[in-house]
Design a protein around this ligand. Structure first.
Ligand SMILES: Cc1cc2nc3c(=O)[nH]c(=O)nc-3n(C[C@H](O)[C@H](O)[C@H](O)COP(=O)(O)O)c2cc1C
Length: 374
């Protein structure tokens, strides 16, 4: 499975794993792939702790960090942003939680901060922390990273990757100096466009050549890895598959829901962050899609509005006397249909490699026997 991306990053297999779990990052990188830590949920200080842990536990293997710098977002002080959230939206959430009997958080327990890394100064602080560590790859979602961020990464020998959902976006990324394009199809978990991986990958490969492209969205088996390489990708970028890694901290109720879900049980919804993202279909996504929904707010207001509710839902998801379980969910892609059990990350990784080899062997017998060869 060796491609030029392996040589660029010093990895054995061009399999990238996006995850918020440092343990999964370490397991994937140690197995010969590239673990990429999603930084969005961490403050700069927390990210420092996570990366220091990785430096201790990853045996010197390469790893990456993923930040989210949206190309366009409302920039304002947190207090000013709070005033932009309409009362009707707050009431809608209060009524929803009341209907499902979700208690408030216990006194003294706070929801995670609502802004996270979606505003540039937060993401920039994360980048500064990341570049103090031996990261090999800095990835960005939701638009081209600012030129000075690309420059700072390159100065330290760090390659820059960016996620795109359309060929024209890929061209813009290469123009600002992005080294590796992640072409992410609509079937992916998290923020996603509308074009399927099967169609998007060859379009992006053609649009940015000779830049290397990773295929993302719908890749959860070795056959899908082989398909991605067949489409011209130099590797694969995976996300959903790691939610069921034993090392991951996915909520047990969500693990149960993922195990039962079919590939039809996701929706593309703005109810998480304000931008369209593929999520597990739940009572939460249904409520935001219902006729009485006030509609999602733009990023970053939607997450600010809902972060406490999401904290409460997860806090009480396993309580018998609450309907929080029905509201609990996660971003996840259509490959949720094949994610039916929890396994160590190293085992998930080894299966991808083994199935890839089996697939390529199976395909090679379809080639005609060459003349002169018996
Ligand atoms: C739970 C979850 C959270 C995600 N959060 C981010 C994120 O913060 N930044 C990012 O660049 N991509 C994020 N993604 C998208 C992944 O990086 C990746 O592109 C996607 O999961 C690939 O498709 P797949 O889910 O079919 O494997 C997320 C995906 C999932 C499943």
């Amino acid at each position: 499975m060796r491609t030029r991306v392996c040589d660029l990053l010093g990895i054995q297999y061009p399999i990238f794993a996006f995850t918020r779990s440092r343990e999964v990052v370490a397991a994937v990188s140690k197995a010969g792939g590239m673990g990429v830590l999603g930084a969005i949920a961490f403050s700069a200080a927390e990210l420092e702790t996570e990366l220091a842990w990785l430096d201790q536990h990853i045996d010197g293997k390469p790893y990456g960090v993923d930040v989210v710098m949206p190309a366009a977002v409302i920039e304002a002080e947190p207090a000013a942003l709070e005033t932009m959230i309409p009362e009707g939206h707050r009431r809608f959430i209060d009524e929803l939680l009341e209907r499902y009997n979700v208690p408030p958080l216990p006194e003294g327990e706070e929801a995670h901060e609502g802004l996270l890394g979606w505003v540039h100064d937060r993401a920039r602080a994360q980048v500064e922390v990341a570049l103090q560590h031996p990261v090999k790859l800095l990835a960005n979602a939701l638009g081209p990273p600012p030129a000075d961020v690309v420059e700072a990464a390159h100065k330290r020998g760090v390659l820059v990757a960016a996620l795109v959902g359309a060929a024209q976006h890929a061209r813009r990324q290469v123009a600002v100096g992005v080294d590796i394009i992640v072409a992410q199809g609509t079937e992916a978990g998290g923020h996603t466009g509308q074009v399927a991986t099967m169609v998007l990958v060859p379009e992006v490969v053609e649009a940015v050549k000779p830049a290397p492209v990773l295929a993302a969205g719908g890749i959860g088996s070795g056959a899908q890895v082989a398909a991605a390489l067949a489409l011209g990708a130099d590797g694969v970028w995976t996300g959903s598959a790691w939610l069921m890694a034993a090392e991951s901290d996915t909520h047990p109720v969500v693990v149960e829901k993922i195990a039962k879900a079919t590939s039809s049980d996701t929706v593309r919804s703005r109810s998480w962050t304000g931008k369209p993202a593929r999520l597990l279909r739940t009572a939460w996504t249904d409520a935001w899609d219902a006729p009485e929904s006030p509609g999602a707010l733009p990023m970053p207001l939607q997450f600010m509005l809902s972060v406490e509710a999401i904290g409460r839902i997860h806090r009480y998801a396993d309580r018998e006397d609450s309907g929080a379980r029905e509201l609990a969910g996660t971003p996840v892609g259509q490959i949720v249909g094949r994610m039916d059990r929890v396994r160590p990350a190293a085992e998930i990784f080894a299966d991808l490699v083994r199935e890839y080899e089996e697939t390529v062997a199976r395909l090679s017998v379809t080639l005609p026997q060459r003349a002169g060869k018996s």
